[in-house]
Design a protein around this ligand. Structure first.
Ligand code: CA
Ligand code: CA
Ligand code: CA
Ligand code: CA
Length: 278
């Protein structure tokens, strides 16, 4: 027994490990009705959204910061069913910019250059310090899935590049309209407002063992560009700055709901209640 283990045992901390779980995991509710992935969050009105603000979020100090919640803040909610994890995000932003990603159907977008979100999955929950290791070890069970305000996507930093329009892998949508609209060219859409996002991620992105009832590593970030070209800030729900995008140790825990016993799974992740009589 090595010395640190002895000390931990002596201190009565036998549950502490290198891969300590987040003591405050996020519990994903079971989704009895699958949301339509269209950037319209009307199906999410009754869901609990987690607010991420300049005051309680984590800025990745590779970029700048803001202390103004009207400049940038976001909120997100999650759900799951037998087949998919669903994520909804709404960004509040004073200047909307998607100049770097004018093609809303792009599957290899440079999402980090514009107003965008990123979803991070650590399916094997290994808390790796480098999710981008050159051997691609962590990419086998997740990675980064990013969506621009106009719906352009990329999963090139995952084990599943170019799959952002394939229900067998993942699909997503953003609420900002395709070009032409002010956000694509200077002086950008200074009306500001909210951007809405929806994403649906098949468990196959997360590893063979992952499904309802699993506990995975998870975080969400959002990016603000207010003046064109690259981003101004990157704000995370949970992360360790800098390079929060690759340090899985800073991500949160997400617990996927088991399939309730009173419903049965059907194809494509929909569920229906068993007939319970008239
Ligand atoms: Ca929707
Ligand atoms: Ca802003
Ligand atoms: Ca912006
Ligand atoms: Ca940009």
């Amino acid at each position: 027994m090595r010395l640190p283990t002895i000390l931990l045992a002596a201190a009565g901390m036998l549950t502490v490990s290198v891969h300590a779980h987040d003591p405050d995991p996020l519990l994903s509710p079971f989704s009895a009705h699958a949301p339509v992935i269209d950037g319209n969050l009307s199906e999410w009105e009754d869901d609990d959204f987690i607010e991420v603000t300049p005051a309680n979020g984590v800025f990745d100090h590779e970029s700048g910061v803001t202390d103004d919640p009207d400049d940038f803040r976001f909120a997100f909610a999650v759900r799951n069913d037998a087949t998919y994890l669903y994520v909804a995000v709404r960004i509040v932003d004073d200047v909307i910019v998607v100049d770097s990603n004018p093609d809303h159907e792009d599957l290899h977008a440079r999402a980090w250059m514009d107003d965008a979100i990123e979803i991070f999955i650590d399916g094997d929950h290994s808390h790796s310090p480098d999710a981008r290791d050159t051997a691609g070890v962590e990419f086998q069970t997740g990675g980064e899935f990013a969506v621009v305000g106009n719906g352009a996507v990329t999963s090139d930093q995952s084990g599943f590049p170019g799959t952002g329009a394939d229900p067998q892998f993942w699909t997503a949508a953003g609420s900002y309209p395709p070009a032409p609209a002010p956000a694509y060219i200077a002086p950008f859409d200074t009306a500001g407002g909210e951007l809405h996002f929806e994403a649906r991620l098949n468990y196959r992105l997360m590893g063979d063992e992952i499904g309802p009832g699993s506990r995975i590593g998870f975080t969400v970030s959002a990016h603000d560009d207010d003046d064109g070209e690259g981003r101004d800030v990157a704000l995370y729900w949970k992360g360790i700055s800098p390079s929060a995008w690759k340090d899985e140790a800073g991500w949160g825990d997400l617990v996927l709901s088991p399939v309730p016993t009173h419903v049965e799974a059907t194809s494509l992740g929909d569920v229906k209640k068993r007939a319970e009589g008239p």
